[in-house]
Design a protein. Structure first.
Lengths: 264, 263, 248
């Protein structure tokens, strides 16, 4: 990249492949070794093995599964609400000018707001149990879905629409059989953005409001200075975050199988 | 004069991607370019002609063989070998004038002199009035002229050109040919010009080196100077057509082989 | 008429009017949604009391140090990764692995390490914003056309010249887009961390007022924080467009 490629005595291509595949492993090893050497106290950085062991124990005992289950229920409840409302609103905005007039400033002003600031308001309205969390998730996640759906519906290839109209397709069929399928890739992208947001918001709500759930149990660990608990919580959340993203990718490939030729 | 000009000595180059097998791009290319000579490298896609140019420019490391310019081996890029690319390669965040000034700034020329020289070159390529325009506001032909002005500003002994007119439409390309020849008349330089357009090569160059399909070697070198010594009316001359035909037949087989290779 | 800015934002004006009327006629419970005028009055007295200022300054410090450091470190790391293949080979897999993790999950660790004060909040913001900036700087720097770099070298540019005069300007569009992202994230993590722990900051003020039952003031601060996030984004967009004027 620096204009003239440097030569090294080890075959450059193999050296690079080696580095790439092993860097994550090297970091894990460094973590474990550094913790065992007690460079920092056990409290600040428990060893990787301790954290993994703790994660394993919590899984066996079912503790993690309960917390995970709660977090997932909240995430999906809020996400589903946001998905439904967002898609309906997004499509309607693209199709009905009055609706567009009404929602345009709301979306454009609402998008960059740190919606988490509304959490105390939702607690005021919905109490300290699940509904406030779910409402917060829905509120935060609906915006990216609306934006993506609106754009996808509006930008359907107009030639496609004209071809259909000239074939005598009525408005209803036009919407359901032409426009919505064409918009699906863009809509799904919006959903793919919204799901991680849903997860993050649930975790923040749980951390703030306590109780069970991955976020809540992590805060509890923190309050009891139980650092293996905090770290295992992070690992659990990281894992579930990756799993959700991967799941969405798989669903996307199945759903949009007809779209597979277009490099997406 | 011995030792002057460019000498390629059995240059071999292998392309090693991060994924996939290494590919032999150039296989023992030897060529001499005399001082102030205009040599075209002609060949099918993938024959390595651009690679050879980049090696000469010092942008790629020379693994095997040697390249010397005025008896000094090439190790890295430098202002003695200016380069013009097909995609113009103008700094999009700089204006026309700032682009042309770039090399002059690197040479630590005093400010007044830099400005004067930049202005001189902008006028040379007929872009007076566009000094404060950004590249995004210019047409392809105009952009290429800025690129040429920028390279000429630092007055390199050698000019490397990598299919510089390939992205232009036919009319603009013809005009650019004439402009290039006019500029070379005023301040002659050693030029190594890469192209896959046979007519362009015959029209512009003193000699044309035809390269084989990958791995690239020099197939044949043809003298393409007009007998009259002047390029006026060269395009209509029968010797022009004869040379184009001859070269096309040389290239044609290689072009077919290149297609089969890629396909 | 449609392009008129007044017409465009009219729905918001209507919603504001609704906000004023609905609680007053008891269409909604005014103890749960105080009328807009009450919220405005509460905002005003918070301002005069100085509460808004002191907490605002505290948040500003957390936010600017957190975001600022993530921008500087992120650009430096991203460009270094793009510049050196060795650093790229070591760091890229790590970045890819860390990307899907919700960064807010790091807040408790930061509190564990740095306590309940500003330090943990600044660190949380910095870490959360770091990855988007690194990735955009990396992509931007890698995306700089090789021929631009070579042209610069043929003009006599040194390594340092290439880095500062070609790669950084070339990567700027991507970097600026990544920073816009980071600005949005920074507000979220700021508010989240201040809601969680601490004695200062606008997030803390919101939860304090909420727990004290002073709802009109609570709404006022929520609106303030939201407005800050909104105007930060708008101001940034304006700055971005002016810097990238050459793009057309």
């Amino acid at each position: 990249m620096a204009g003239v490629e440097k030569k090294s005595f080890l075959s450059p291509v193999w050296k690079r492949r080696l580095l790439r595949s092993s860097s994550v492993i090297l970091l894990a090893v460094a973590w474990e070794w550094g913790a065992r050497m007690h460079f920092v106290s056990d409290f600040l950085l428990p060893s990787l093995s301790t954290v993994l062991e703790r994660l394993w124990n919590d899984t066996i005992s079912g503790e993690i599964l309960v917390a995970l289950g709660l977090t997932m229920v909240r995430t999906f409840a809020g996400f589903t609400m946001a998905a439904f409302a967002g898609i309906i609103i997004g499509v309607t905005i693209a199709r009905v000018s009055l609706v567009r007039w009404f929602f345009d400033p709301i979306v454009s002003v609402g998008n960059p707001l740190p919606k988490i600031a509304f959490l105390p308001i939702f607690i005021l309205w919905f109490g300290v149990f699940d509904w406030s969390k779910i409402a917060m998730v829905a509120f935060s996640s609906v915006f990216p879905v609306v934006v993506a759906t609106w754009a996808a519906t509006e930008n359907v290839d107009k030639y496609l629409v004209w071809s259909a109209e000239s074939l005598g397709v009525d408005r209803r069929a036009l919407l359901w059989q032409i426009i919505l399928p064409s918009a699906m890739p863009g809509v799904f992208t919006g959903l793919q953005i919204a799901l991680p947001i849903s997860l993050i918001v649930v975790i923040i709500c749980e951390m703030t409001m306590g109780g069970e759930g991955l976020g809540g149990s992590m805060m509890t660990s923190m309050r009891f200075a139980d650092s293996p608990g905090v770290f295992s919580g992070i690992v659990a959340i990281a894992i579930i975050g990756s799993v959700l993203v991967k799941l969405m990718e798989i669903v996307r490939r199945r759903l949009l199988i007809w779209h597979a030729e277009t490099a997406h | 004069m011995a030792g002057s000009g460019i000498v390629f000595g059995a240059v071999t180059h292998t392309y090693r991607p991060l994924r996939g097998r290494p590919v032999l791009a150039l296989d023992g290319v030897s060529l001499e370019v005399k001082e102030r000579e205009f040599v075209a490298l002609l060949g099918p896609s993938g024959c390595g002609k651009s690679t050879l140019l980049y090696l000469l420019g010092g942008f790629l490391p020379i693994e095997s063989g040697s390249i010397t310019v005025n008896s000094k081996p090439v190790t890295q890029p430098g202002p003695d070998r200016g380069i013009v690319f097909q995609n113009y390669s103008l700094f999009p965040w700089k204006t026309v004038k700032q682009n042309v000034l770039y090399g002059l700034e690197k040479q630590r020329m005093p400010k007044a002199e830099r400005e004067r020289r930049a202005q001189e070159l902008i006028e040379l390529v007929h872009l007076k009035g566009f000094e404060d325009s950004y590249p995004s506001q210019l047409s392809g032909g105009m952009k290429q002229r800025v690129a040429i002005a920028r390279t000429l500003a630092i007055d390199p002994e050698t000019l490397l050109m990598d299919e510089p007119f390939g992205a232009l439409d036919a009319q603009t390309r013809t005009l650019m040919h004439e402009e290039l020849l006019a500029i070379m008349q005023r301040s002659p330089k050693t030029v190594v010009f890469v192209t896959h357009d046979v007519r362009e090569a015959v029209y512009l160059a003193d000699r044309v080196a035809v390269m084989t399909a990958r791995p690239g070697r020099i197939k044949e070198i043809v003298d393409t100077r007009p007998a009259s010594g002047s390029r006026a009316n060269y395009l209509q001359a029968p010797e022009f057509t004869a040379k184009v035909d001859y070269l096309w037949n040389l290239v044609r087989d290689e072009a077919i082989r290149a297609q089969e290779d890629h396909g | 008429m449609k392009d008129n800015i007044f017409i465009r934002y009219l729905p918001l004006v209507l919603l504001a009017i609704l906000w004023e009327i609905a609680p007053r006629v008891h269409f909604v419970d005014p103890s749960e949604l105080p009328p807009l005028s009450a919220v405005a009055a509460a905002w005003w007295s918070l301002l005069l009391d100085g509460d808004l200022w002191t907490n605002g300054i505290s948040s500003l410090i957390n936010w600017s140090f957190g975001l600022g450091s993530s921008i500087i470190i992120g650009i430096a790391l991203g460009v270094m990764m793009a510049w050196s293949t060795t650093i790229d080979d070591i760091a890229s897999p790590l970045v890819k692995a860390l990307y899907p993790m919700p960064k807010s999950a790091l807040i408790p660790v930061m509190i564990l390490w740095l306590g309940l004060g500003a330090g943990s909040k600044i660190a949380s913001i910095a870490l959360s914003c770091l990855l988007p900036v690194i990735i955009s700087a990396y992509n931007g720097a890698r995306g700089v056309d090789q021929t631009l770099i070579w042209s610069a070298r043929a003009c006599g540019a040194s390594n340092r010249n290439v880095l500062w005069e070609v790669i950084l300007p070339g990567a700027l569009p991507d970097i600026l887009a990544g920073i816009r992202n980071a600005v949005a994230i920074s507000f979220i993590v700021l508010v989240a961390s201040e809601l969680l722990v601490g004695q200062k900051g606008l997030g803390y003020l919101i939860s304090f007022l909420g727990e004290g039952g002073v709802y009109d003031a609570m709404f006022a601060v929520v609106i303030t924080v939201s407005a800050l996030g909104f105007f930060a984004d708008r101001a940034y967009l304006y700055f971005m467009r002016r810097t990238l004027v050459w793009r057309e």
